[in-house]
Design a protein around this ligand. Structure first.
Ligand SMILES: Cc1cc2nc3c(=O)[nH]c(=O)nc-3n(C[C@H](O)[C@H](O)[C@H](O)COP(=O)(O)O)c2cc1C
Length: 181
């Protein structure tokens, strides 16, 4: 038993995942990483779930596009009005926002290259903004997932470092376990 609050983290994609994490581990709360990418309203769902409510935020594409547009504006502000920089930053978030929505590959590809707020507005206007929340296809993993990132050392790195044999063996073993050789 500890008096320090323990927070659960990892693979929380929905409020239900958070409830399950608390139920199964007895942790005091949760921390969300990738789950809120393109889904900032997840925190509204978490607050509702922990207050015992079944209510969940299920925005249609019009609302999602408006949140995405606001996010882009905030990024431009964050970069002191540098619109290109803000737009470059929003690009990676767009696919997460659009997860599960009917947006064709052409508009998705164009959005991935967006370089101004005006261009973003034009592209948003080409989408079917009446599309409702897609449900299941919008749920689940977003952000980096799957296999661990491969870690590789530069060629001859181990030979060139001031390590004794035992340390060298240890580092080599660590690299093997990550990269699979
Ligand atoms: C955008 C982003 C930034 C993160 N930054 C940090 C960080 O600075 N330090 C850290 O220890 N973990 C960081 N993490 C890892 C998360 O805190 C979390 O442990 C990890 O993503 C697993 O939780 P998840 O399954 O909810 O993503 C970051 C994760 C994301 C998605």
């Amino acid at each position: 038993m500890t008096s320090v609050p323990v927070l659960g983290n990892g693979d929380i994609w929905s409020a239900e995942d958070a409830l399950e994490m608390v139920r199964r581990t007895g942790c005091d709360g949760v921390v969300v990483g990738r789950g809120c990418l393109g889904r900032p309203w997840l925190f509204t769902d978490l607050a509702a779930a922990f207050a015992g409510s079944d209510e969940r935020v299920t925005p249609g594409l019009r609302e999602v596009a408006s949140v995405l547009r606001r996010h882009a504006e905030y990024l431009v502000d964050f970069y002191d009005g540098d619109e290109l920089r803000g737009c470059r930053d929003i690009r990676k978030h767009i696919a997460w926002y659009l997860k599960g929505f009917p947006a064709g590959s052409t508009v998705r590809n164009q959005l991935a290259l967006v370089d101004s707020l005006a261009a973003l507005d034009e592209l948003i206007a080409t989408m079917d903004l009446d599309a409702p929340w897609p449900g299941e296809p919008a749920e689940g993993p977003r952000g980096r997932a799957g296999s661990p990132r491969v870690v590789a050392l530069p060629e001859n790195w181990l030979r060139g470092r001031e390590l004794d044999d035992a340390q060298r063996a240890q580092v080599a073993q660590a690299e093997l376990s990550v990269s699979g050789g």
